[in-house]
Design a protein around this ligand. Structure first.
Ligand code: FES
Length: 158
C-alpha cells in the first residue's frame, strides 16, 4: 500500500464531508495528508491519491502543481517560503530572500547539502501587514522577518 492505514483513514474521513459525486473536492486535503506522510508528492503518490478518491490523475496533478504548498520533489527538514510580492517587497521582502540565500548558501528553489533547509519564493501569504513574512513548513507564519529575526529563527531550528 502506498500510504499508511492512518493516512488512508484520514482521507476516508475527508471523503465523508462530500457526496460521492463530489469526492474530487477532497483532493487538496488528500494530497496534504499524503504529503504529511511522505514528505513530498512523487508522481506515484499523486496517482495513488487520485485513484483512491476516484478521480483522473490529471485532476490531481492540476491541483498539486498549482499550489506551492505541495512539494513535487524532496525538500529539506525546514521549508522556508519567502513572500516577495509587492507589499512584502516594499517592506524588505526582497532583502529577506537575499539574506536567506546568503546565510544558507543556496539559491531560491534549492536545498542545503545537509538536507536541512529548502528556500523557495512564495506568493502573497495574506499577512501583508506583518511584512516581510515567510512561511515555515507550510504552516507557521513568521512575521517581520528582518535580518535579526532571521538570525534568531535559524538559530532555533535544529
Ligand atoms: S505580499 Fe507578502 S504577505 Fe502579502
Amino acid at each position: 500500500m502506498m500510504l499508511s492505514e492512518e493516512s488512508l483513514k484520514k482521507i476516508d474521513k475527508e471523503l465523508t464531508k462530500y457526496p460521492e459525486e463530489s469526492f474530487r473536492s477532497a483532493i487538496m486535503s488528500a494530497l496534504t495528508i499524503a504529503q504529511q506522510e511522505k514528505k513530498w508528492l512523487s508522481p506515484d503518490v499523486i496517482e495513488f491519491v487520485a485513484d483512491y478518491i476516484g478521480i483522473p490523475p490529471v485532476q490531481a496533478y492540476e491541483v498539486a502543481t498549482f499550489y506551492n504548498m505541495y512539494d513535487l520533489k524532496p525538500v529539506g527538514k525546514y521549508k522556508l517560503q519567502v513572500c516577495t510580492n509587492l507589499p512584502c517587497a516594499l517592506q524588505g521582502g526582497v532583502n529577506t530572500a537575499e539574506y536567506l540565500k546568503k546565510k544558507l548558501g543556496i539559491e531560491l528553489g534549492e536545498t542545503t547539502s545537509d538536507g536541512k533547509f529548502t528556500l523557495i519564493e512564495g506568493e502573497c501569504l495574506g499577512a501583508c501587514g506583518d511584512a516581510p513574512v515567510l512561511l515555515l513548513n507550510n504552516h507557521k507564519m513568521c512575521s517581520f522577518m528582518t535580518e535579526g529575526a532571521i538570525d534568531k529563527m535559524l538559530a532555533e531550528l535544529n
